[in-house]
Design a protein around this ligand. Sequence first.
Ligand code: GLN
Length: 476
Amino acid sequence: MINYKNHREKIDKILKKEISLQDNVQYFLNRIEENNNLNAFNFVFPECIDKAKEIENKILSGKYGKLAGMVIAIKDVLAIKDKPLTCSSNILKNFVSIYDATVIQKLIKEDAIIIGKTNCDEFAMGSSNENSKFGNVLNPYDNTRVPGGSSGGSAVAVAADLCDVSFGTDTGGSIRQPAAFCGVFGLKPTYGRVSRYGLTAFASSFDSIGPFAKSTEDTALILSVIAGIDKHDSTSSNNPVTDYMNNLELNKKLTIGIPKEYFTEGLNEEIKNSIFDIIDKLKNNGFEFKEITLPHNQYTIATYYILTTAEASANLARYDGARYGYRIENPKNLLDMYIESRSKGFGKEVKRRIMLGTYVLSSGYYDAYYKKAQKVRQLIKNDFINAFKSVDVIITPTTPTTAFKIGENIDDPLQMYLNDIYTTSINLAGIPAINIPIGKDKNNLPIGMQILANQFEEDKLLQMSYFIEKNRLLSH
Ligand code: GLN
């Protein structure tokens, strides 16, 4: 049983010898086994139990890292030295990483315990975890429903208590949407806040790495460890990193923006009502609200799917049967090796994206699609720049519906893409956002709310999340 609310309490209990870290790690290993049907993990590292004793001793000796004994699961798109890195794809099924991603190095340095790698949509493309070579991940609240995607396994690992914290990646919502479907906290940091070194690229100008957690505090703690500039990622920022966890109290009431475009038809009534319930409570607590407009919002899905497929088609060109992973046996010639290895190695959705991306970048269509979408991206970004002139944070739904049924959208890619309607704009603009769990619908499925802030203002985002969590404005 877990009897701590966050990492601070866990350390406290280990120091008081109320918790043994070995028992704790064993507990998670047992839970993973018992919940095997959820299919949240691609690989489990039972040897991590050996780390438990070592780190427990460190804690008791008084000299230990910030994440000492925190049990963490990692999405299988991040490189861990000497461990498989499959991206849930056939093309990388036998690939083993030879180095640690920067975030992994940082976690290990702070004495975290890595328990395994989680299932996800192939190359992080999807919103339901139905595009994985390892099969579907089940939503722990209702096993006939999806956990969301693409970081479905990571969301489930935290929601089903298979670890303390997990890591996902978010290119268009892949942390926030599964966090919403599984009722946990999920943070997508500002683009450039966290180094992408060792993350398998999907769409390089969108990809962000972030945590799933059971509390705002743990989310803040993780961010302070993983944020910062890295010489291996030229897009990482030197913007100063704050001690987010010890800076969670708001020192003034923030002004909150409500974008009218996010509360129109298509939004499930129960989600809408839960959010307005929180808004009312925040109003009673002295927060000021403003209706704002993000006028280019209607173009976000189209812009996102043009630009990310273009970037993906370039990034995935490296899987050619020669350099990485899968190669067919006895190819007839070089071209045959490329074609057959890629045809057999990639799944349907990944191929769809590569073809779309190749099309929008091809001569004759480049100006009409890719170049135009780049311009629209700037307009979407400008909408946020304007909005943040008059508000500190923005509140929106994370998803238009709660978790949908397995199979419900799989034959209708457009319907699937529409699930990202409230999340992709954030990646187009490069700003940070968090999903916080705010309640359940009539089917007992989790409801998520999204908070957005301006670039590098994760502190405000986390303070707002903490205020709502601490004052129990959440209706469970
Ligand atoms: N669902 C979105 C997509 O399929 C987002 C994926 C992601 O954030 N990695 O592209």
